[in-house]
Design a protein around this ligand. Sequence first.
Ligand code: TYC
Length: 106
Amino acid sequence: MSDRKEFSENYEAVEEVTKERVQKPPMYNVVLLNDDYTPMDFVVEVLRKFFNMNEDQATDIMLTIHYEGKAKCGTYSAEVAETKVCQVSNFAKEHQHPLMCAMEKA
Ligand code: TYC
């Protein structure tokens, strides 16, 4: 095999492995789901507290969930998304509301 061919084959192999290693980590959407019992004000409070929204943004998203069944609240790495889901679920439970929070691959 010529030196040039060997070099270019090695180079391609290294490039392939590097591409695999430097892939961006998968991201996840955190979504809230509608239900018939959680008060609207509580959902707005959750969106402000855990997703850093202002009153207007939180009200918009809450109404989207209310009318369409669910809405995306934010997009995060797996670890941060899992933490948000736990925090929101615990907060809802503490206040005895059935509010459901989940993560989905973005
Ligand atoms: N549907 C609820 C109600 O009418 C309000 C609500 C909105 C509940 C968003 C959950 O994620 C939710 N009180």
